[in-house]
Design a protein around this ligand. Structure first.
Ligand SMILES: [Ca+2]
Ligand SMILES: [Ca+2]
Ligand SMILES: [Ca+2]
Ligand SMILES: [Ca+2]
Length: 309
C-alpha cells in the first residue's frame, strides 16, 4: 500500500510538472516570436526557420536533479516542426543535463544533432521520478539521436564532450509532430510495441495482412499501461478500404504471469464488405494491457489510437 501511494504521489507530481511545462512552452513560444530576430543572428548556421528558439545552458547542470528546464517544444495541436538550439560549454569533466517535453498531444519524432566535434548524447526518462538515473532509464545514446516521443513523456538529455578542455557547443533538439508507426517484427505478443503509460491521446499507423496471404503479416501487437483505474478508449480504422481487407481488434492481458496475454477483455470483429472500424471502451485497473490487431482478409492500412480518462 505504501508503494502504491508513493506512485500516486509521483503521478500527481508528474501531471503538475506537465501542466507547468505546457504553460512554460506557450510562454516561451510567445517570447520566441518577438525575440527571434536577435536569436537568429546569434545562433548557428543550422538555424534558418522561424520555428527555432535558442536555449542557453546555465551551470550547474551536471545531474538529472539539476537539469536545465527547456520545457515543452511543441504547442498543443502544433503541426509545425520546432527546434530548440541549445548552446553551452562542456568538457569530459562537465556534462550538461536538460529536461524537456515534446509538448504536443500527438506522438512526435524527436531528433538530437550537432555539428560540434566530440559531442555525444544520452537520453533518459526518469521513470520513477526520483531525479536520478537508474537502471533501465536510458532511452537512447549516440552522436545523433532519433526517437519517438509522446506529450506526457518527460525526457532528459545529457550532452557530453570528449574534450579535455571546456569547449562551446551547439545542439539542435528538434520535435516533429505527427503519428507514430508500428514497429515490425510485432507478430508475437512478446514483440509488442510498448507505447507506455497512456494519458494523452496516442496515434499510430500500420499495415497488417498481405495482398496474397494474411500470413505475410498476421498480427500487429501493441502494449500499454495505466497507473490507476481509467476509462480507456481504443479506436482502429482502415485507411484505404478495398472491399476485401478486414482486420479484427482484441484487448488482452496476462492473468497467469507468464507474459502471454491469455485473457481477451474485449474484442471487435470486422464485417464482410465494410471497412474495419473498431472502438473499444473499457474501464481498466492499473496494469499492463495488450492490443492485438489481427488480419482476417487482405491487407489493411490502419490508424490506431489510444486515450485514457
Ligand atoms: Ca556546461
Ligand atoms: Ca554542466
Ligand atoms: Ca504490420
Ligand atoms: Ca506484424
Amino acid at each position: 500500500m505504501q508503494r502504491l501511494s508513493l506512485k500516486d504521489t509521483a503521478l500527481v507530481e508528474s501531471h503538475r510538472t506537465e501542466a507547468r511545462l505546457n504553460a512554460l512552452t506557450d510562454t516561451a513560444n510567445r517570447l520566441t516570436a518577438s525575440a527571434l530576430p536577435v536569436a537568429r543572428s546569434a545562433s548557428t548556421a543550422s538555424i534558418g526557420t522561424q520555428n527555432v528558439r535558442v536555449f542557453q545552458e546555465r551551470e550547474s547542470n551536471n545531474t538529472i536533479a539539476t537539469a536545465n528546464n527547456i520545457g515543452g517544444i511543441l504547442f498543443t495541436g502544433d503541426r509545425q516542426t520546432r527546434t530548440v538550439a541549445i548552446q553551452g560549454n562542456a568538457s569530459r569533466f562537465n556534462q550538461d543535463f536538460f529536461r524537456f517535453l515534446p509538448g504536443n498531444q500527438a506522438t512526435s519524432a524527436i531528433e538530437l544533432k550537432t555539428s560540434t566535434p566530440g559531442i555525444s548524447f544520452s537520453v533518459y526518462k526518469d521513470a520513477n521520478f526520483n531525479r536520478q538515473v537508474d537502471a533501465g532509464e536510458l532511452v537512447a545514446s549516440g552522436s545523433s539521436i532519433n526517437l519517438e516521443a509522446v506529450r506526457d513523456q518527460e525526457l532528459y538529455v545529457a550532452v557530453r564532450s570528449s574534450s579535455l578542455t571546456a569547449r562551446n557547443y551547439s545542439v539542435d533538439l528538434i520535435a516533429k509532430p505527427g503519428v507514430g508507426n508500428e514497429s515490425e517484427p510485432n507478430n508475437l505478443s512478446s514483440q509488442a510495441k510498448d507505447v507506455g503509460n497512456i494519458l494523452a491521446r496516442r496515434s499510430y499507423q500500420g499495415v497488417i495482412g498481405g495482398r496474397t496471404s494474411i500470413t505475410q503479416d498476421p498480427n500487429d501487437w501493441f502494449k500499454f499501461n495505466v497507473t490507476s483505474t481509467r476509462q480507456v478508449s481504443i479506436s482502429f480504422s482502415d485507411r484505404n478500404f478495398d472491399n476485401t481487407s478486414r482486420a479484427d481488434l482484441f484487448l488482452r492481458r496476462d492473468t497467469t504471469g507468464d507474459g502471454f496475454p491469455n485473457q481477451i477483455i474485449a474484442s471487435s470483429r470486422s464485417v464482410p464488405g465494410r471497412p474495419s472500424s473498431h472502438n473499444i471502451q473499457q474501464t481498466l485497473a492499473a496494469g499492463t494491457y495488450f492490443i492485438q490487431a489481427s488480419a482476417f482478409q487482405g491487407q489493411v492500412n490502419y490508424n490506431l489510437s489510444f486515450s485514457a480518462n
